[in-house]
Design a protein around this ligand. Structure first.
Ligand SMILES: NC(=O)c1ccc[n+]([C@@H]2O[C@H](COP(=O)([O-])OP(=O)(O)OC[C@H]3O[C@@H](n4cnc5c(N)ncnc54)[C@H](OP(=O)(O)O)[C@@H]3O)[C@@H](O)[C@H]2O)c1
Length: 319
């Protein structure tokens, strides 16, 4: 039985991917600090070995990579890596010892788009620390793959959505009150013309893409793939469709950014700014062609499932 180690396997993606790996016949080791449980129950977790470890503390002690290698994995899925140093420490230790290493990146590696939908081969122009660091990791892993045959693959999800946590809303932030405003038929203000975009993906689709990449290691090593829904949404279109779901025509007004930002909290304004300044719109043509990736959820279907869950669990007051 092949062994898969999943680092950070109890979160959004891991809730789905960890049981999928177990069901696919892997002997699965799930590494996390043990602070949280997966969002959904699944009997496959009974076949998963939970390993409690704090990556940050273990890396500071210089022990993390050795402990992962010591689990003798064939496949490693790294969902909690945010610096090149961290990625390379693991890659160098695992070199020659694993058949496949998969890193979870982000579509934020792209920064400002030129031609949309953005393809994986578009020149990278990231801004903001997170995207810049994710690009440094992507480049370093692909260099390892090219020059030293390290078997790395990078998957770049969009805004991950699923039942159990707040989805990115039509104002480009995570304030659940935006859904309540739309559900009650009240006026929602959006920044600018509401034409900036967001690109969601359901966590289950991300997990299936990782599984497909593992199954097609021959074609995925040394490559990056966007993992997003079939199409991005404009904020305006997203608000209109959600209002329709709630049984109302949308009542929207539009304010220039500098004015709009004063109508929301600093936290919400910062989240919206981060999302609309990126305005992602990514292609899944390559993932479809190489991985056979066919997302089960559109952006709206994914968000609706999340909103229904939040409503059913008393986290949001929508009819
Ligand atoms: N969220 C998004 O919308 C989004 C979009 C694009 C890309 N991504 C990428 O997706 C990856 C995150 O995946 P996710 O959203 O599934 O993660 P998540 O929901 O934030 O879960 C994080 C997982 O890592 C574990 N963890 C956190 N800190 C740890 C530590 N110091 N040591 C060991 N385990 C730790 C958590 O469990 P414990 O807390 O119990 O340790 C949990 O299992 C990141 O690489 C991120 O860049 C996310």
């Amino acid at each position: 039985m092949l062994r898969a180690v999943i680092i950070g396997g109890t979160g959004h993606i891991g809730t789905y991917l960890t049981p999928y790996l177990a069901d696919a016949g892997f002997d699965v080791y799930c590494v996390s600090r043990g602070l949280r449980e997966p969002y959904q129950p699944n009997s496959a977790w009974r076949r998963v070995r939970r390993v409690e470890m704090d990556r940050v503390a273990e890396e500071a002690a210089g022990a993390f990579a050795g402990k992962i290698a010591g689990m003798s994995p064939s496949v490693v899925v790294d969902l909690t890596c945010f610096t090149e140093e961290s990625a390379m420490a693991l890659a160098r230790t695992l070199h020659g010892r694993v058949e496949h290493f998969l890193h979870c990146g982000s579509i934020w590696v792209h920064g400002h788009s030129v031609q949309v939908p953005t393809t994986e081969d578009a020149p990278r122009r990231p801004f903001g620390e997170y995207g810049i660091r994710k690009l440094a990791i992507e480049r370093a892993l692909h260099t390892e793959a090219r020059e030293r045959r390290f078997p790395a693959t990078v998957l770049h999800p969009g805004h991950i959505v699923g039942p159990g946590w707040p989805p990115l809303n039509p104002a480009g932030n995570f304030n659940l009150g935006v859904f309540e405003t739309l559900a009650s038929g009240k006026v929602l203000a959006l920044p600018n013309h509401g034409m900036e975009t967001v690109h969601h993906v359901h966590a289950a689709d991300v997990a299936l893409a990782f599984l497909a990449a593992i199954n097609r290691s021959d074609a995925t090593i040394g490559e990056s793939f966007h993992i997003v829904s079939p199409a991005a949404l404009t904020l305006r279109g997203y608000a209109e469709r959600m209002s329709a779901e709630f049984g109302h025509p949308a009542r929207l007004r539009f304010l220039p950014w500098e004015e709009w930002r004063t109508t929301v909290s600093e936290e919400d304004a910062a989240a919206t700014w981060d999302h609309i300044s990126h305005s992602p719109n990514c292609s899944i043509e390559k993932a479809g062609r190489v991985l056979g990736y066919r997302p089960h959820y559109t952006s709206l279907q994914a968000v609706k499932e999340s909103v229904d869950w939040l409503r059913d669990h008393g986290r949001i007051a929508v009819a």
